[in-house]
Unconditional design. Structure first.
Length: 548
């Protein structure tokens, strides 16, 4: 019977190709828009769940309560000794991992060719705690030696032109010299929904032998590294404030006294600063603690984007419904004949719902193709590298199927109910008049216009704001300014010579040097000071005489 309904639906739709195209195309655009935003939302809410032990992994962070009018905040960067000390002092911690994301890019030498790449560091047990699939090499021994490194599949191909490079050597510039490293493993590329990212991963122990790393060894006052702990299933430690407070007090015995001495005051009995545990899967959407490699996102933002996409889909559904009602008069005799030969109201409803669902399926297929074509542009807009991976996002399958069926049923329900009410005698006597304007249809059109105008006005405001930000004078002439990234070089010796050589070029107007580059992601330096009993932060950039 269902097959019969779909056959008739297909014949009717093929007879009205123009109207079918308008319906399918309009609905497919709405579904494509909603699919992209749905994929984005699922990606954001599914961060880090692909790890087998995700439910038992926690990020350790430092929580500072509100003091002297400053808001409370969480800081995920901890001292180097924190992880080993927690494993030793607190019962129930199965394992720990310290992770240092790449600080800029390092010089990499492969077969006498020098390139640049970010280099991260982690403890050797990194791959025992986290589930980054090792495609070449052994996960347990990949970082066993101090001079072992692990590459991602893409980085291995970029450096060597092939993937299986286990055992090969590359040189990484550390301080003033290139140091050889042996590749201990190659992993799959990092999934888009991972808080932890790396291209080249080295042994944390080696990092502690470098000049910058040595400053953090056994130093409880230099917080530069992320620390994760693995707990047994059902552990009560995340809620055991007392144990975590006692642990911090052991290593910072005079902390409260020093904070009070600095003029800070707070209310309540909780310590002003404490260690806390954050579930790994909440790290990306918990705005109380700022992020790591990939920053946190406010869940409100995700819901707002989904609401916008739902508005576009709603407009498409209203179009579908009003067009279906509009063409119902032309099918009045068909319905009359059906009822005369024995069709009941239920069968007529099922027939027209079948047509609506078939249109929705066709629109869904076209919308999915359209969303795949638009995904690269959407990724550029959203700053993500998302793929249509049903292995990574298995819920996308049933969500898309449910969405297509729901849209078909909702968009086709009212036309089906209207058409099923036709009386055969009146239809055959041509006495049927389809109410082209009633409260429901007027409401649909009104809602459609309200949503459309709201989206158009919002778009215009956003475009004006973007135009303002792009055209606003930043306080300096940014045209013809070229930045040379000299990180990793002996700048004290090279820069004066480089500047002197550039000054001789008639095509160069002037040359200046600075500790930090211009633009997003080029580093920052922050210092703190006390002013009138309050702690203040200032971002500083050390420059030479010609900078201003």
């Amino acid at each position: 019977m269902l097959r019969h309904y779909f056959n008739i639906a297909f014949r009717n739709l093929s007879k009205q190709k123009g109207l079918t195209f308008i319906n399918v195309f309009g609905l497919s655009v709405g579904l494509a828009c909603f699919t992209l935003f749905l994929l984005f939302a699922i990606n954001e809410f599914s961060f880090d769940r692909f790890h087998a032990k995700a439910d038992n992994i926690y990020r350790v962070y430092r929580w500072t309560i509100a003091m002297n009018g400053e808001k409370a905040e969480g800081d995920p960067y901890l001292p180097s000794p924190a992880g080993p000390a927690m494993k030793q002092d607190i019962p129930g911690i199965v394992n720990f991992v310290r992770f240092r994301d790449s600080w800029g890019e390092s010089f990499i030498k492969v077969d006498d060719h020098v390139k640049r790449s970010g280099v991260s560091f982690a403890d050797p047990q990194f791959f025992s705690v986290f589930s980054f699939p090792m495609i070449y090499g052994n996960a347990k021994t990949a970082l066993q030696n101090l001079n072992n490194i692990v590459l991602t599949r893409s980085k291995a191909k970029a450096l060597f032109g092939t993937e299986n490079v286990v055992g090969r050597t590359i040189e990484i510039k550390t301080d003033t010299a290139f140091v050889p490293f042996i590749i201990g493993g190659v992993t799959e590329d990092i999934p888009a929904n991972s808080s932890i990212t790396y291209e080249i991963l080295g042994n944390f122990g080696f990092m502690e032998t470098t000049p910058s790393g040595k400053r953090g060894v056994n130093n409880w006052h230099r917080s530069s590294y992320a620390t994760f702990v693995e707990l047994p299933a059902g552990s009560k430690l995340p809620g055991d404030v007392q144990s975590l407070a006692s642990f911090r007090k052991k290593y910072y015995p005079d902390e409260e006294k020093e904070i009070r001495k600095s003029g800070f005051t707070w209310t309540g009995k909780d310590p002003p600063v404490s260690f806390r545990l954050q579930p790994l899967r909440e790290a990306h959407t918990d705005t109380k603690v700022y992020g790591m490699t990939i920053g946190t996102v406010d869940p409100k933002t995700i819901w707002i984007l989904l609401a916008i996409a739902a508005g576009v889909l709603l407009i498409a559904c209203i179009n579908f419904t009003t067009l279906s009602i509009g063409r119902s008069a032309g099918r009045a005799k068909e319905i009359g004949v059906r009822k005369v030969i024995g069709s009941n109201k239920k069968q007529v409803i099922l027939q027209f719902l079948s047509e609506a669902v078939l249109l929705s399926i066709l629109s869904g297929i076209l919308g999915f193709i359209l969303s795949r074509l638009l995904l690269p542009f959407f990724n550029k807009l959203s700053g993500r590298d998302i793929h249509f991976s049903f292995a990574l996002y298995p819920e996308m399958v049933w969500m898309l199927i449910a969405l297509i069926l729901l849209v078909g049923l909702l968009a086709g329900a009212y036309p089906a109910l209207v058409l099923s009410r036709f009386k055969p005698v009146e239809v055959l006597k041509s006495k049927v008049r389809v109410g082209g304007s009633n409260l429901f249809t007027r409401s649909l059109v009104t809602v459609q216009f309200v949503v459309s105008i709201g989206l158009i006005v919002s778009t215009v405001i956003i475009l004006q704001q973007l135009s303002f930000m792009q055209g606003k004078n930043p306080g300096f002439d940014k045209e013809n300014v070229v930045m040379v990234d000299a990180e990793g070089t002996a700048t004290k010796k090279i820069f004066p010579l480089f500047k002197q050589a550039l000054a001789k070029e008639p095509s160069i107007a002037s040359v200046a040097g600075a500790e930090l580059g211009l633009g997003e992601g080029t580093g920052w330096s922050r210092s703190g000071f006390e002013f009138e009993g309050k702690h203040k932060d200032v971002y500083e950039n050390f420059v030479d005489n010609d900078y201003i």
